[in-house]
Design a protein around this ligand. Sequence first.
Ligand SMILES: Nc1ncnc2c1ncn2[C@@H]1O[C@H](COP(=O)(O)OP(=O)(O)OP(=O)(O)O)[C@@H](O)[C@H]1O
Ligand SMILES: [Mg+2]
Length: 454
Amino acid sequence: MPKAKLLFFCQNCGFESTKWMGQCPGCKEWNTFAEEPQAAVPKKTAAGSVRKDAPHPKTLSEIEVSQTARMTTGMGELDRVLGGGIVQGSLVLVGGDPGIGKSTLLLQVCRNLSAAGKKVLYISGEESLQQIRLRAERMGTFTDLLLILCETSLETIREAIARIQPEVVIIDSIQTMYNENVSSAPGSVSQVRESTGVLMQIAKGMNITIFIVGHVTKEGVVAGPRVLEHMVDTVLYFEGDRYASYRILRGVKNRFGSTNEIGVFEMRGSGLAEVTNPSEYMLEGKPEGASGSIVACTMEGTRPVLLEVQALVCQSNLAFPRRTAAGTDLNRANLLMAVLEKRAGLRLSSCDAYINIAGGIRMNEPALDLGIALAIASSMRDMPIDEKTIAFGEIGLSGEVRSVTMAEQRVREAKKLGFTTVILPAGCKKQASRVEGIELIPVKNVREAIQAIL
Ligand SMILES: Nc1ncnc2c1ncn2[C@@H]1O[C@H](COP(=O)(O)OP(=O)(O)OP(=O)(O)O)[C@@H](O)[C@H]1O
Ligand SMILES: [Mg+2]
């Protein structure tokens, strides 16, 4: 009898090895290897042999498309990220930090779907029925089409789904589920992978949409949903600041739509509320007549978001001046300060500088460059910028202001929110001039931009 072989898998990245190792050669993480039995080797068959029950490949026109219409979740922001609604039979992974609101979001989806007459099954492996009831009571009224099950065994879950025949199933979370056929602990790479495989068969075989919640830990010690991302149809990440109440839902992968859309929500006592106009939300509480502040415009997918860029520049007493950037890339901010010093003659090398994107949101689009540069210049000279002015444009190393995409949409958004002046790259002027009733100031370099408004 050949001895059953043991294999070791990295719990972080799934690297496979025949012996235990302290450090994973794949992802360089320490102490992540765990022992798992080897999968059975399939029997060899002769190359020319044909099984009787082998499936026949079909031509595209032979394939019947049953229902292409999408189901709406009742939340416009979520529909947008999903590419226009839920596709029947798809597998959607929702990842995010602990406590960000994944369970809340999906319970709300359950409420909306069940209110629209869809049969929904919510399976929780980490909360008791009472806890779910408490959360649901905060959110409002639910219909009897929503069924709740507290279970972690996949076999029981499969049976429950087959019996109840729901249209949508929520699994909260994949790390708590276990498959009896796999010996390793729940949450390990092989359990998570096998469990997702089973759920995928259920989704595709029974044409049921399944939402899976996945936990992400900072250390990546628990098998993160990275391994799953290849298996599922759609991957959404729910992110936000621990100290701010808004939450952003980002599509990372989508087999049925674009991935650069975001959904913005606000966490309230009664659950997540949609923020349909993020710009208004981001600009709330903007100071009037203060120097070092300007509104910039960045694109999130097809939607422009206006936000306030703040800068504080003051004389430094240190040999190495302090520079910090909150909400944007510090290296980029340093680069912009060097460009301002060299190309616009601002003496920044002896100054401390603090950059902040107000509202706690993180934005890294190059189109923010001009906003950041103007905020720094405004603070340096202690001259406020007209508060009805916005700026966007990428800045190059020789101080040139380069054009960015979708200038027209950005200008349109600025007009909608009552701004009167837009400072934009000269290359974007033609596109932006399709919007009427707003003053455009095209600039070729930073020096021109600073002269135009200060
Ligand atoms: N009464 C309340 N008022 C306002 N916000 C609340 C209230 N109760 C809960 N929250 C918010 O809901 C969050 C918890 O949401 P939820 O349980 O959906 O998160 P989760 O992502 O599922 O977390 P986990 O990773 O633990 O499953 C809390 O962090 C808090 O911000
Ligand atoms: Mg939860």
